[in-house]
Design a protein around this ligand. Structure first.
Ligand SMILES: Nc1ncnc2c1ncn2[C@@H]1O[C@H](COP(=O)(O)OP(=O)(O)O)[C@@H](O)[C@H]1O
Ligand SMILES: Cc1cn([C@H]2C[C@H](O)[C@@H](COP(=O)(O)O)O2)c(=O)[nH]c1=O
Ligand SMILES: [Zn+2]
Length: 190
């Protein structure tokens, strides 16, 4: 990847990484956080306590790359745990309460670089949790794409392939497939 000017200073800012499942959100988050650590910046990583899919204490990508993290119940815990920190990373942001956007704003106002990764839409293509608010207040939004498992195009949607209507249902390959628009509509019979 190119050298990004946003990594060359540590002024307060909010970066959002969004997209469907398997689009590389966590890999991109890990990449940015590792580079901040190489630059000897003080980094703290948080994830919602409900996300116990691969590990309770780590952020883990689908390729099993990982970084230690602190699971928190509520977005306000992040503010309390971020003193003396230069860079804050947050994964699975869609599962947080709606206070997350204001928490990120306060951290950035204090001069902290905040990097947030999360699903922009749920399986019904409805904007997920605090993600739309985060995209609105972000200094920088990166939308990443998976590969559609039906046709090989870029995928923007996470199609649920098991029964269940609740918005929150943890899962991976056995529960969800990344699909492009045409293939998503085909699966929905539209
Ligand atoms: N259909 C797919 N499209 C793209 N990547 C996929 C797909 N299926 C599996 N992967 C793997 O998932 C990795 C991305 O994982 P991850 O960063 O955890 O994604 P996300 O956090 O967006 O769900 C890719 O590097 C790739 O190895
Ligand atoms: C679409 C959708 C997903 N989820 C869950 C499934 C996974 O546990 C996470 C997303 O993880 P990833 O790192 O982006 O692959 O979210 C959900 O609860 N509801 C949904 O609609
Ligand atoms: Zn497709």
């Amino acid at each position: 990847m190119y050298n990004n000017p946003k990594e060359t200073h540590c002024k307060g800012r909010i970066e959002v990484i969004c997209g469907s499942m398997f689009s590389g959100k966590t890999e991109e988050l890990l990449r940015r956080l590792r580079r901040a650590k190489i630059a000897r910046q003080e980094v703290e990583i948080f994830k919602p306590a409900i996300d116990v899919r691969y590990s309770q204490e780590e952020v883990v990508s689908h390729d099993r790359n990982s970084i230690p993290s602190t699971p928190v119940e509520h977005s306000s815990n992040i503010l309390l745990l971020s003193s003396e920190v230069e860079v804050v990373g947050i994964d699975e942001a869609q599962f947080f309460d709606n206070g997350l956007a204001e928490v990120c704003q306060q951290l950035a106002d204090q001069g902290i670089r905040v990097i947030v990764a999360g699903l922009d839409m749920d399986f019904k293509r409805v904007p997920f949790g605090p993600m739309p608010a985060l995209c609105a207040i972000a200094d920088d939004v990166t939308k990443v794409h998976a590969i559609c498992v039906r046709c090989g195009s870029l995928a923007s949607y996470s199609h649920r392939i098991v029964e269940g209507e609740k918005q929150v249902m943890l899962g991976e390959m056995q529960e969800y497939q990344p699909l492009c628009r045409n293939c998503y509509l085909h699966e929905k019979g539209r």
